[in-house]
Design a binder for this molecule. Structure first.
Ligand code: AMP
Length: 180
């Protein structure tokens, strides 16, 4: 089949996610999305999927979570005619920031957003590559809401359902394309 004729269905997308055992540390099976991203049709399908979900929602800002979340969020922002806002690890953003401490499996981490990135009443979508326990997204939501943004939805390429991050984020419409 030629590349043009091929359509990418759900199963194909899942096949394009590569499991890397024990990365970045022992016991973690890292979901590597680079094979999916380099497949032009798969990439298009993913972007089109999330665009169709949010296109009638008058989104003001798409918030991307560092770093793999930036890839889809920036493209989605473009597609929706919205702005793009990065949420980054501590110390990466150059201007005045709002920050939040959140719990990791071992220890804590800090996420930041520029204080002027979101205006009161902005309609916001939060995007990341993968939902695991939901801690990262929960912390990001706190940042958005502190600045007065309204969460319209959460979008993830991959959801690790067995970790039940969805339960933690149940107040918000949550969309994921590939589930394990
Ligand atoms: P969590 O806060 O537990 O929902 O973790 C989600 C964040 O950690 C996302 O930014 C993911 O990119 C990253 N992450 C967690 N687990 C994995 C995994 N198995 N493979 C790839 N990324 C992961």
């Amino acid at each position: 089949m030629s590349v043009k004729e091929r359509t990418v269905d759900f199963l194909d997308l899942k096949k394009l996610v590569r499991d890397i055992p024990d990365f970045p540390k022992e016991g973690i099976v890292f979901k590597d999305i680079t094979p999916l991203l380099k497949d032009r049709l798969a990439f298009q399908q993913v972007v089109n999927h999330f665009t169709s979900i949010f296109k009638s929602e008058k989104i003001d800002q798409v918030v991307g979570i560092e770093s793999r979340g930036f890839i889809l969020s920036a493209v989605l922002a473009y597609q929706l005619g919205a702005g793009f806002v990065p949420v980054r690890k501590q110390g990466k953003l150059p201007s005045t920031t709002e920050s939040v401490i959140y719990q990791l499996e071992y220890g804590t981490d800090i996420l930041e957003v520029h204080q002027d990135a979101i205006q009161k009443g902005d309609r916001v979508v939060v995007v990341d590559d993968l939902l695991a326990t939901g801690g990262t997204c929960d912390a990001t939501i706190q940042l958005v809401e502190r600045l007065g943004g309204k969460i319209i939805g959460l979008a993830f390429l991959i959801e690790l359902s067995f970790l039940n991050g969805r339960a933690r984020l149940q107040k918000y419409p949550l969309h994921s394309l590939i589930q394990y």
